[in-house]
Design a protein around this ligand. Sequence first.
Ligand code: FES
Length: 159
Amino acid sequence: MPVIRFVREGRDVECYPGENLREVALREGIELYGLKGKLGNCGGCGQCITCFVDVEGAPDAALTAPTAVEVQKLRRRPQGWRLACQALVQQSLAVVTRPQAGLADRDALLAEALSRPLPPGPLAWPTPVEAEPEDPEAGVEAGGTTTSDEANAEAPQGR
Ligand code: FES
C-alpha cells in the first residue's frame, strides 16, 4: 500500500492505491486548508483552489496526472504544487500541506522526509480476476439432485 508522508505534520499514513489525496488527509485529521479554505471550500470539485499541497521531490507516477481543471487553476503557482482534491495516490510520496502558509525549515524537513525510505506502493495496478467459465454441471449435486435455486426456477409460475 502507498504511504503518504505528511511533512508538516510528521505523520506517515497508508492508503489504498487510487485513493483521493484530499479524502485521505481529511479522514486522517490532517488540516489541508488555510483560513480561506476553512471558511468555505468547494468540497473537492477543483473550483476553490484552497487544497494546495506541495509534492516537490515526489516521483511523477506517485499521483495521477494533473486534471485539466488543475492545470488551469495552478498555472500561476509554483511547480510541484497540486490540488489535493484532484490527485489520486498511486505510489508513496512526501507531501507538504498548506504550502502557501509557509513552513519554517521547510527545505530541511522535506529533505529529511525524502531521505527516509518509503515503500514504493504497488508498481502496477491490480488486474481484475477473470471469472471462471460457467460449468454446465454447476448446481447439480451428487446423485443428480438439483439445488433449491434450480428447483425454484423450475417450479411452475403463476396463480
Ligand atoms: S477542495 Fe476546492 S479545489 Fe480542492
